[in-house]
Design a protein around this ligand. Structure first.
Ligand code: ATP
Ligand code: MG
Length: 364
């Protein structure tokens, strides 16, 4: 665990008197909550307040004594791995501030409880709009979709290019893009994120993240760099355009990945076939083409051919305002057969290859 993370947790254990008002840290713009405050806010983690559940634990909606709406993530079981995820999330979110990244409001760590407090996002996650309960009731129109795409790209570009040290998210997916009152994208969940030391081009790590979004070089060899996030972003972009899951399960149990599904349409120039049929053709065709071509570049199997997130933002801003054409070159390479892979459909894809256990830093 890094020094900052240790410091955060130690502060919680030793310095916070239980029933006081939250302390605003001078060093960091978040608060250290007391357990009582969070219990009051969430009605003792009442089941009616539960919003969702993920790999880390359950998420509850709450309201503080000052009337602020919050979301509280509660670690489900203490383990070294879970504690590390908690520390990474708090440490990384504590250092980043961007309009398209979910802000950390604070946390609590004491006894067996690990709680992370965020701003509450009233429009839930993108997954609910694309494939979940909200998909039919509240159709995301094209304009909103493209705003979400640009916002998520800007959040990622900030992590890759502006944050110091640079940050690789490693778990970009629809459930980790939350939507605020105005449907602006907030990229969330930094529990798997990696800080990239100056001068390091890539790391070799255990594979984490979610199947369907993993870049081939990462899924197969644990090789992680910013371009793994670019790949996941490309998958997310196709998912937003078409409302198809990254790995769609066909009736016979065969899984088809979204890139393979889109490819023939791109080759024929039949871009309309990729768009979500629920949009009923209500989209700008030039924007549709730009968005699909950007996604194809991002999901190039060769990481060296993928654009940077800065370039992606430039293309999207240009293409959605139609000033710049995306260069059209997609390279063929080795393929992963998802039907041959052993995996758990859950979110943590840790230890996919038993041989990849230690991290190595690769210098330029
Ligand atoms: N700040 C928030 N505001 C509103 N809803 C939230 C917030 N944070 C999380 N949620 C909801 O809680 C659900 C569970 O989130 P969580 O991040 O724990 O799991 P996940 O993203 O589905 O999976 P994973 O564990 O792989 O990240 C999300 O789908 C989202 O709808
Ligand atoms: Mg999540």
């Amino acid at each position: 665990m890094s020094c900052v993370a240790k410091k955060l947790i130690l502060k919680c254990f030793c310095c916070v008197p239980r029933e006081e008002e939250p302390k605003i840290s001078r060093e960091y713009p978040w608060e250290i909550y007391t357990l009582k405050q969070i219990l009051n806010a969430t009605n003792n983690f009442h089941s009616d307040n539960k919003i969702g559940e993920g790999g880390f634990g359950s998420v509850y909606r709450g309201r503080t004594s000052t009337g602020t709406e919050i979301a509280v993530k509660r670690l489900k079981a203490m383990s070294a791995k879970a504690e590390m995820e908690f520390a990474v999330e708090v440490e990384i979110l504590g250092r980043v501030r961007h309009k398209n990244l979910l802000s950390l409001r604070g946390f609590y760590a004491g006894g067996d409880e690990r709680l992370i407090v965020y701003d509450y996002m009233p429009n839930h996650s993108l997954i609910a709009h694309l494939h979940g309960q909200l998909a039919d009731d509240c159709l995301l129109d094209w304009h909103r979709r493209m705003n979400i795409v640009i916002g998520s790209a800007e959040g990622l570009a900030y992590l890759h290019h502006e944050a110091n040290p640079h940050i690789i998210h490693r778990d970009i997916k629809a459930s980790n893009v939350l939507l605020d009152t105005e449907f602006q994208a907030k990229v969330a969940d930094f529990g798997f994120a990696k800080l990239i030391p100056e001068g390091v081009t890539h790391l070799t790590t255990r594979v984490k993240g979610t199947l369907g979004y993993l870049a081939p070089e990462y899924a197969m060899w644990g090789k992680v760099s910013e371009s793994c996030d670019v790949y996941s972003f490309g998958i997310l972009l196709l998912e937003i355009i078409g409302a198809k899951k990254p790995l769609e399960k066909l009736p016979g149990g065969v899984r088809v990945d979204i890139v393979k599904w889109v490819n023939p349409f791109v080759e024929k120039g039949a871009f309309d076939h990729v768009a979500d049929p629920r949009l009923k053709g209500r989209y700008d065709r030039a924007q549709l083409k730009t968005a699909i071509m950007v996604a194809m570049r991002c999901t190039d199997r060769n990481p060296e051919n993928r654009p940077t997130m800065m370039k992606v933002v430039e293309w999207l801003n240009g293409g959605l305002g139609r000033t710049e054409e995306v260069e059209d070159e997609v390279e063929e390479d080795a393929e992963i057969d998802y039907n041959e892979m052993e995996y758990d459909d859950g979110t943590d894809y840790d230890g996919y290859d038993g041989k990849i256990q230690r991290e190595r830093h690769h210098r330029k």
